[in-house]
Design a protein around this ligand. Sequence first.
Ligand code: ADP
Length: 319
Amino acid sequence: MKKIAVLTSGGDSPGMNAAIRSVVRKSIYEGYEVYGVYQGFQGLINDNIEKLELGDVGDIIQRGGTKLFSARCPEFIEAGVRQKGLENLKKYGIDSLVVIGGDGSYRGAQRLNEEGINTIGVPGTIDNDINGTDFTIGFDTALNTVVDAVDRIRDTATSHERTFIIEVMGRDAGDLALWAGLAGGAETILIPEAAADIKAVAERIETGMNRGKKHSIIIVAEGVMSAQECGMELRKYINVDTRESVLGHMQRGGKPTGNDRVLASRLGALAVDLLKDGVSGCAVGIENNKLVETKFDKIFDEKHQIDRALYKLSQELSI
Ligand code: ADP
């Protein structure tokens, strides 16, 4: 009988639980045994592994975070350390592994695949920064969290006639800032994929003020600079009263949206289907609403890109 293990690794994201549930239920549906590895790759080397049954993933589809916990395990880059994990899997007779996480976790998954475990990656991160999928699990939920925060800040920005600078997560990627800025009607969106011209931003704010505009909202991706730095840079050019908000880890939490739950359910089940068909060494994703799989090598080959048309639109609508 096939034995599949599942783990979550790296930064957590809302919808990881729905993905775990899908992997577990689909595996059991197919007649396989399924095991949960707690604390990501750390749990793999520490033998923190447990057989899961249908009931173990009951009542988690609506919960943020991850039932299996997550961890960073820097020493997993060492072959000798990974060997311990491989031995633990062998001990249970596990031949297949589903890794839910970001591209760092995919690298660990790729190594394990090369070392003899059939491995599939499932994209779980709020950053939406992984190639091989249009959307990652957790992005939609985080987007809605940020938009809600922007709406609230807009209310107070209007009342007090101030410029608000909101710092959004995303590591080196600007997807979350771009989508949230577009959905929240921000005047300025600063993302790592487009050079930040603070002088031009300052001039635009000034022109707006002269035109009678009472407030302005700037969304800055953490990969560009901090909200604090952005405020200091702006004040080099104009005399403006700014307030900075760093949304921080609240962006990672909360119950997943319907979209994230459906995406997680589809991708988790696809991972099991691929393992059933003898496919491994790749990650699952969704492109143009079609489920796809992409070899890890191809995923690492190119840098993740933002949707340029969306960025152009955000600029056209914020004049
Ligand atoms: P994310 O998966 O969210 O991108 P990280 O980049 O922190 O998060 O990666 C998660 C974990 O994946 C790391 O803590 C490490 O255990 C493992 N990992 C990352 N890069 C490699 C690598 N080159 N080789 C083996 N394991 C890796």
